[in-house]
Ligand binder design. Sequence first.
Ligand code: GLN
Length: 303
Amino acid sequence: MTITTAALLAEGTRRLALAGLDCARQDALRLMAQALGIERLAVYVEPRRSVDARAAASFRALVDRRAAHEPVQHIQGYEEFRGLRIAVTPDVLIPRLETEGLVERALELLADKPGALVADIGTGSGAIACGLAVARPDLEVLAVDQSLGALAVASDNVRALGLGSRVRLLAGDLFGPLASLPASLDMVVANPPYCPSGVIPTLPVEVERFEPRLALDGGPDGMRVLRRIITEAPRFLRAGAWLLMEIGEEQAGPLASLMAAEGFSRIGARRDLRDVERYIEGRWAEGAASVPLTGMAAQRVGC
Ligand code: GLN
């Protein structure tokens, strides 16, 4: 017996909605495209296309996994990030829309720095490093992570995107692998773990159960790794280089104070579309006094 794509999609959407998922229809659509081996758009274009029993069974199996809150990106094995297909596994944080905003800002700050050398600290899947290297063919990126599982994923992404000559992967804790490169970076960019430990049990099941704690847990106030990056980065930055990080709610104030105390100037926080101060930046060793923290442009958010 056969069923149409439209009917199967409606069935999957209902099941995911009943499981309490906010993006039931989008997720069902992604899983349908995966089960059928077609593009998402084709599901819309051919609603009456008949699906054979085997493909329908494979779709229902994927829907079962999603209904148990496994992230759709784990089921598919990838997420789209700035138009790139980034492979993901449970060893890495799934790239977020907010982090696309981090890359956008990094590109703005790097606009006047041809051939810049950038370090992506805690690269995870390599999404930030790859996003930068694809957008700017003159950049070189050193992508560091202490998780060998994450580096294996990043390595797949770097290779698949043909970036092997410009994105170098290094194993170690924060700046450890860069010890021989004092004062040579034009930018340090990072999306470190910034969730307060106590908040993690309250996160959605998709995050709390399926994403790596190492990529999420920033200690009691969420700022343990952010603070270390602020204090350890200066040794590796050239004059005029930028430190740019993704941060959690209510962290901009204390982090800006720490950056000022360390000698950064032009310190600023930027908001995402939820109006949360999500990014912090500062310029190294310009000699200028730090300016007051300012809120700036919004970024996109969504399902
Ligand atoms: N933004 C992530 C979340 O929603 C946290 C990412 C991080 O800690 N770097 O869970």
